[in-house]
Structures are given as C-alpha cells and as structure tokens.
Design a protein around this ligand. Sequence first.
Ligand SMILES: [Fe+2]
Ligand SMILES: [Fe+2]
Length: 247
Amino acid sequence: MTVIAHISDLHVSRFHFDEDVFMQAVSEINDLQPDMIILTGDITSDGYYKQFEQATKYLELFEAPLFAVPGNHDARNLGYLTFEELIGEKSWKLTMGDELTVIGLDSSSPDENRGHIGSPQHMWLEHQLDECVINENFSIIALHHHVISIPQTGRERNVLSDAGDILKTLTTHEVDLVLSGHKHVPNIWKINNTIVVNAGSLCSTKLRGKINNSYNVYNINKEEIEIFLHNVGGEKFLFGKYPRNKL
Ligand SMILES: [Fe+2]
Ligand SMILES: [Fe+2]
C-alpha cells in the first residue's frame, strides 16, 4: 500500500500562520510515516523571501519526502523566483517504482490570484499523461488552484481560467487523483474516472466558519483508494472510498 499525506495552504507569516497547529500536524503526519507528502501551495502568505526562509525550516521537520507546487500567495513579491531557489522546481514529475507517477503543475502567475496552466505547460502535461497511459501508471496531478468549483466558498473567482481544457485532458487520460488547495475547504468530486480532491488549510488562521485546520491522507492499494480527512489535533474520518480504475 502507498500512503500519501496531502497538505496545503500553510500561509507562513506573522499573522496567518498558527505555529502550534503546524507543530501538531507535523507530529501526527510523522507518526503516520507516509511514503510522501504533497503540498499544494500557499506555503507563505505574501511570497516574501523571509517567509520562504522560515517555511523551509518548518518543512524540514517533516520526515517523509515532500513535494510542493506554488500557490497564488507564493507568487507575490518575486516569490515565484524564491520558490525555485528555496523550495524547488515549480512544475515537476516523479515516478515511484514503475507504478506511480505524480506530476506537479504551476498554476500561479506573478502577483495574480487567478489560476492558469497555459499552453506550454498543458502540452507538457499531455505528453506526460500519454506516457502514464502507455505504462499503465497510477497517476496523480497536484496543483494549487481548484479545477472545479468548491461548495461553501462564495462567489467563484479563482477556478483555473483554462479549467475546461485541463479537465478534458485529466479525464480523457483517466488521471486517478487530482489534488488541489487554495479554497481552505476540503472536498471531493468524482468526474468520470478521475477523483478530484481539495485539501483544507493545514495551519492557517484563514478559515471559513467552523471549518477546521486539516489534511488528507490517501491509502492506495491495488483494489481501492481510501481518502481520510484528518482534523489537526482532532478526529479523522473516512472522506471517500473508490475502486481503482486500472487493476
Ligand atoms: Fe491559501
Ligand atoms: Fe491560494
């Protein structure tokens, strides 16, 4: 079984980051010993160099390998350059064994809140997903912005501007899991054979109503995918369970 922890929207900063909640989450996730951690952006609140320096120190506390994509907040104040210097590539592909492929996409644009993938990255994604189909890999896409609107988030503003075309590519290639953040609200949609999951905010104080700080855990085995929602310092529960597309 492969275990993946999905965290998002840390918002490292003076005002929107709850260090106690973060440390609790680190301890819980390290106890789970996941195979990897996927972080879907908004690592910082303003993209400042100092916030990224602080964030790298926090992220080092996780024991599992961690892979991150940038969020709209990370792309502010030249943060899109700092991300590459201190965190890593903004879009990437990794394969685990010969069965699992994870692709990170950069949906951010400098100093803009909107999400956008754009033609060059879309073409690259198509090519990578063609390979996943040929190799019959379990495929996961990680990006900050949501591809489908999320309930309880008010007026829609930041769904990917090229959501329709990206969604078409994801579903026709039967991508198994699409992981996003941005709205600070956990959610699952299933479109055709693709499960589209949003993570809540791990440790930011920017929460809607009574929604808690949380993270998602995916248990992937040969038959099924279990998705657990963990409230930091609180309950965990089964959020969704789906049969695998490719057996
Ligand atoms: Fe955020
Ligand atoms: Fe965001």
